[in-house]
Design a binder for this molecule. Structure first.
Ligand SMILES: [Zn+2]
Length: 139
């Protein structure tokens, strides 16, 4: 599956179901890391400068954390995969995770090898493995 290309037909209910489930996986992962899954709405906020001058801030602002123009990550993109890899590597259970998803049976339990497929895949293989690890694969 390559989501970068037009699927050449009208999307079906099944496509929408998968797209929604995929986005929920990204959301689950962000929340497992303690982050905010931004839900932004266009708002006009009355603000004050440190000097007390009033001004109006018009922007898409997250209703939950208050960040401006916050974009939720897509962990299936190249940038998203690297971001996720970096986050996972900070965890104390990183080696257990790598051992779980690794195919390297060298006996070196503490090796930092990730199978190339996880990085080159564009359908969310690494994201899905991470989601299963962090969120127990719940749907
Ligand atoms: Zn937010």
């Amino acid at each position: 599956m390559n989501r970068d290309h037009d699927i050449g037909r009208e999307p079906t209910d099944e496509d929408y179901k998968w797209a929604t489930q995929d986005m929920n996986k990204d959301k689950d992962i962000v929340e497992a890391f303690g982050g905010c899954w931004h839900e932004s709405t266009f708002q006009t906020m009355n603000r004050k400068t440190p000097g007390g001058k009033r001004w109006q801030d018009k922007a898409f602002i997250c209703d939950k954390c208050g960040k401006r123009h916050a974009v939720n990550p897509d962990f299936t993109t190249d940038a998203g995969k690297v971001q996720l890899l970096k986050e996972m590597r900070k965890r104390v259970d990183w080696h257990l995770f790598v051992h779980e998803i690794g195919k390297c049976n060298s006996g070196h339990f503490y090796s930092d090898y990730v199978e190339i497929d996880y990085i080159t895949d564009t359908a969310g293989k690494f994201r899905d493995a991470t989601w299963k690890w962090l969120c127990g694969g719940k749907t």
